[in-house]
Design a protein around this ligand. Structure first.
Ligand code: CU
Length: 183
């Protein structure tokens, strides 16, 4: 009797956590530059290469009043740090950009000199239903893909997977304690 009640609770908890996880996976917030944020010292190329940007996700730029965010419309403007004809400029310190469609978008800091110091980032958004594990959406059909299979999940969306598994692990620990108390 008591045991079945406990099993029930466990089941409900597990389903709940799975729902939370799947919801987290569907639309993500990307804090641009990670912990360092939108700053000259951040290596945006390596930050971006560790992320998977999907349609529906949002970018969040966090920065001090020294900086701003200018979106430019072309690769050449991006390369030349030509923010003079930016399509969108933001300077509120906490700028949220929604990725509404597949494609590449370019952002740079409009403060003189900053973009030249590397304060710019190129965001390539992919379709929301292209799951990292699905082989049907293989845009790079390489023969070496089979050898990298064990690491494929961690390399495609590293930070997300790590944080998700942390949440998952923590939730399970809490659950375990609860079970011990109740049963
Ligand atoms: Cu700046």
């Amino acid at each position: 009797m008591e045991r079945s009640a406990c099993n029930m609770l466990l089941l409900v908890g597990c389903v709940g956590m799975l729902l939370m996880l799947s919801e987290q996976g569907s639309a993500e917030q990307h804090a641009v530059g990670g912990k360092q944020g939108w700053d000259e010292s951040t290596d945006f190329d390596s930050w971006a290469s560790g992320q998977t940007f999907k349609v529906g996700d949002t970018l969040v730029f966090k920065y001090s009043p020294l900086h701003n965010v200018a979106e430019v419309g072309s690769e050449s403007e991006y390369k030349n740090c030509d923010v003079g004809s930016a399509t969108n400029s933001m300077s509120d310190g906490n700028s949220v950009v929604k990725l509404t469609k597949v494609g590449t978008r370019y952002f740079a800091c409009g403060t003189p000199g900053h973009c030249g110091q590397g304060m710019k980032v190129k965001i390539t958004t992919v379709s929301a239903d292209s799951s990292p594990s699905s082989p049907s959406s293989s845009s790079s059909p390489s023969s070496s893909s089979s050898s990298t299979t064990p690491t494929s999940t961690s390399s495609t969306s590293g930070a997300t997977c790590v944080s998700a598994s942390f949440v998952f692990g923590a939730a399970f620990l809490v659950m375990g304690y609860l079970m011990q108390l109740l049963c």
